[in-house]
Design a protein around this ligand. Structure first.
Ligand code: SF4
Length: 425
């Protein structure tokens, strides 16, 4: 079946249709770029303003004129005005927001459980909903046994997609207009190690860079122990984004041992040094857990001081909470919630300071930005938001809507967590 997905409104609506897209694709259906080609049209509506509601109705009528197939409507407007939605031409069904997760399953008459196991990665949609970045899942599952983690239990052992499959997705994403590809996986760094003739992530990245002309390639989170010596030579190619997200989880060696993480503060520091010698301005970000069982004040202070010393470009702080079925749930020394909240605030303040320090170093310089959004703010004036390869958020004004294009920007200031600047080329 050929399916056309349309969306009005916010990013949430957009991300929902990307999930529908995945599910339709996973079930063997094809996404098309217009209602005219489709056997089924799904419209995700909006009602944030009267105009959005009217645009939603208009979009459905437009689709009805073009398609020979049927239409399903969902989203906020359809939820608030189901009778009006159902009365529109060729509308077969209205799916209210609370039932939205099961929309594709019910449209295809398949059990919802089948879809829960499908990849979470996003791929660009054909037609008007092309995105600047395409998230390609290249690996699933994990072979580690971190004691706090439920993901491994839920996802099973590491499985990798073949180079040929990934290359075909890269080409599809580029054909869909994606300028940046982000490789994702639960344990991305384990890619290829489950093959009969094992490969490493290095081999996959090298092949993608050699066999595609993708403008930017970004790697999502990588466990620090999964990177080998050869890995850092990849940054000889400037298309590989200078951004590494390396989850540390704690800066205390004792806490890391209880977490069963396969790294130490010393090994992590050596890795950071290697990364910085490969690309001196590499943005290194991390995840950190506070309040893990047995983390006393001295371990927490050790962790805090370590984080300061690494000079990350930013990080996410998670307050530990026991997940049923994990070994950490049964560890002694569970930390009181109030103490965890305090530690979270302290650690967060350190990361915010480090992020400001990293971003401020770019003030006065020219950087290359890929614009992720362009909103008209005046007569012939657009506000653009985008990202550098080092994952800095940049805002600038322009007389053109440069969405999904690259620009040179002269960085002028840091406002909140975003840099502002001027488009210079
Ligand atoms: S935290 Fe990451 S590396 Fe550790 S078990 Fe979970 S998914 Fe695997």
């Amino acid at each position: 079946m050929k399916v056309f997905l349309d969306s009005i409104g916010c990013r949430l609506n957009q991300s929902e249709i990307e999930k529908f897209a995945q599910q339709f694709r996973a079930a063997g259906h094809t996404l098309v770029a217009s209602a005219a080609e489709a056997d089924l049209v799904v419209v995700n509506t909006c009602t944030v303003t009267a105009k959005a509601a009217s645009d939603s109705r208009q979009r459905v009528r437009q689709a009805a004129r073009q398609t020979q197939g049927k239409i399903i409507i969902t989203g906020c407007w359809a939820t608030l005005e189901p009778e009006a939605a159902l009365a529109l031409p060729k509308v077969e069904r209205v799916v209210a927001n609370p039932e939205k997760d099961g929309l594709v399953a019910s449209a295809l008459g398949r059990p919802l459980e089948l879809f829960d196991l499908e990849p979470l990665a996003r791929e660009p949609l054909p037609g008007i909903h092309r995105r600047t970045r395409a998230f390609l899942k290249v690996q699933d599952g994990c072979d580690n046994h971190c004691t706090f983690c439920i993901t491994r239990i839920a996802r099973g052992k590491s499985r990798s997609r073949s180079i040929a499959e990934v290359l075909s997705d890269v080409r599809a994403a580029q054909a869909g207009g994606a300028q940046e590809i982000v490789l994702t996986g639960v344990q991305l760094g384990a890619w290829g190690q489950d093959f009969a003739s094992p490969l490493r992530l290095h081999d996959l990245v090298k092949t993608i860079l050699a066999e595609s002309d993708v403008a930017r390639l970004r790697l999502s989170s990588l466990e620090p122990w999964d990177l080998d010596e050869r890995f850092f030579s990849l940054w000889a190619d400037e298309r590989l984004c200078r951004h590494l997200h390396l989850p540390l989880q704690s800066g205390s060696a004792a806490t890391l041992r209880r977490m069963a993480r396969k790294t130490t503060p010393r090994a992590f520091r050596a890795l950071v040094e290697q990364a910085r010698s490969a690309a001196p301005e590499m943005a290194i970000t991390t995840d950190l857990i506070v309040g893990f069982p047995g983390e006393d004040e001295s371990e927490f202070q050790e962790s805090l001081e370590y984080v300061k010393s690494v000079q990350f470009a930013g990080g996410h702080v998670f307050s530990y909470s026991p997940r049923p079925g994990t070994p950490a749930e049964r560890l002694p020394g569970q930390v009181a919630p109030g103490v965890i909240r305090q530690r979270n605030a302290q650690m967060r303040a350190v990361f915010e300071e480090e992020a400001r320090r990293y971003a401020s170093a770019f003030i006065g310089r020219e950087v290359q930005v890929l614009w992720e959004s362009a909103a008209q703010v005046g007569d012939g004036e657009w506000e653009l938001h985008g990202l550098t390869d080092t994952y800095l958020h940049i805002c600038a004004r322009s007389d053109r809507a440069l969405w999904n294009q690259f620009s040179r920007v002269k960085v002028e200031a840091l406002e909140g967590d975003e840099l502002t600047g001027r488009v210079v080329g």
